[in-house]
Design a protein around this ligand. Structure first.
Ligand SMILES: Cc1cc2nc3c(=O)[nH]c(=O)nc-3n(C[C@H](O)[C@H](O)[C@H](O)COP(=O)(O)OP(=O)(O)OC[C@H]3O[C@@H](n4cnc5c(N)ncnc54)[C@H](O)[C@@H]3O)c2cc1C
Ligand code: SF4
Length: 329
């Protein structure tokens, strides 16, 4: 491993200052992704600015409903929070489907959102990868691409985004709060991660020196039937082949009043299914409606040589999850 410096940030201002003034600085949350990548030689920061001790470790209920989740709240603590378990089962389930108990005890909300793809070519410095080394090519495009994207990919990168939590937060219309050299700003989770285009090296819209301080989940979907379902090769300790985060509310007249649907494991970002949502709202609850909505969304899919199964899996998982939620509602 290359030598690197380490400083512990005392405040958010201190963290941003260190990031800007120290050579090749990176923020350090729980370290469960960044330190692994340093061991693999994929990341080589000059200095780690440890933000895990900042006083951003609380989940607070907002006056008008909704939650503010601090960036250093650990994934285990967030999944166990009474308001999350009560009002946002989709978020609790997504968190608990990720990694392992030990990893969730370390992983932070900010670090989870910024974890990097699990594409094996990205993690192997002997392989070509435009994300790790722009211009070197994409090993997965004509290589082993069973786990890769079926939506929104480009000739430059076909990787998927790995976070389960981000898929649930995108379905819940959550917003990320950031502070950086240019001041404070908010970005919807659904707009935070990018499609690869011709700049796959840039995973998100975060700017240099910006620190995630919190995530705000609005009241809008709270308390409604919601669920996270994840299809994977093993029942634990495995990333999603396809996942679905869904919120569904059906009125007494049998018509769908509120629908949120987001896919994970299929694109370079959580794939918010806006086409499907538009077809769901106002339609009668039932399998025909769910199937029509899922098929309309997935009509855009362009599978690679090894992953056509993902399109069928996504359709079935969405239809089944929506059906279960409607039954529960
Ligand atoms: C074996 C294994 C299995 C896993 N399985 C899953 C899974 O099934 N599902 C899943 O979702 N995840 C899974 N993970 C990933 C795990 O969830 C992430 O490693 C973890 O969430 C990252 O959080 P962290 O705090 O440790 O981030 P770190 O490793 O500390 O940081 C990750 C990135 O975020 C940046 N960063 C950290 N905090 C901030 C901040 N506040 N503001 C700005 N930048 C910041 C860092 O600079 C770094 O670039 C798995 C990990 C492992 C090792
Ligand atoms: S899919 Fe993306 S991350 Fe994977 S090798 Fe290609 S460019 Fe790299």
């Amino acid at each position: 491993m290359k030598p690197f410096g380490y400083v512990r940030a005392r405040s958010t201002e201190d963290a941003v200052h260190h990031f800007l003034s120290l050579p090749d600085a990176r923020f350090l949350g729980g370290g469960t992704n960044l330190v692994d990548l340093m061991k693999l030689g994929v990341e080589a920061p000059g200095t780690l600015v440890d933000v895990s001790g900042l006083p951003l470790d609380t989940v607070s209920e907002l006056p008008g409903g909704g939650l503010r989740i601090g960036a250093t709240v650990r994934n285990s603590d967030l999944a166990a929070h009474p308001a999350v378990r009560r009002d946002l089962p989709v978020l609790a389930q997504a968190l608990l489907s990720g990694a392992s108990g030990q990893l969730r005890n370390m992983a932070t909300t900010g670090g989870n959102l910024l974890q990097r793809t699990r594409c094996p070519y990205f993690q192997d410095t002997g392989q070509p990868c435009n994300k790790r080394e722009p211009g070197s090519g994409c090993g997965a495009l004509d290589g082993v691409n069973r786990d890769h994207a079926v939506l929104g990919h480009s000739a430059h990168c076909v990787a998927t985004h790995p976070s389960d939590m981000a898929v649930a937060l995108a379905a819940l219309d959550a917003e990320i709060e950031l502070v950086g050299p240019g001041g404070e700003r908010k970005v919807p989770v659904a707009d935070f991660h990018r499609l690869p285009g011709d700049r796959p090296q840039q995973d998100t819209v975060i700017r240099p020196g910006e620190l995630i301080t919190s995530v705000v989940v609005p009241a809008s979907s709270g308390g409604m039937p919601s669920a996270y379902r994840k299809a994977r090769d093993r029942s634990s300790y495995a990333f999603a082949l396809v996942s679905v985060a869904a919120v569904l509310a059906v009125g007494d007249d049998g018509l769908i009043r509120h629908a949120r649907l987001c896919f994970g494991g299929v694109a370079h970002k959580p794939w918010r299914a806006v086409t499907a949502e538009a077809l769901l709202v106002g339609a009668p609850a039932g399998e025909d409606t769910y199937l029509r909505a899922a098929e309309a969304e997935l009509a855009q899919a362009a599978p690679l040589s090894g992953n056509a199964f993902k399109v069928r899996l996504a359709r079935r998982l969405a239809v089944d999850t929506l059906g279960r939620l409607a039954d529960r509602g």
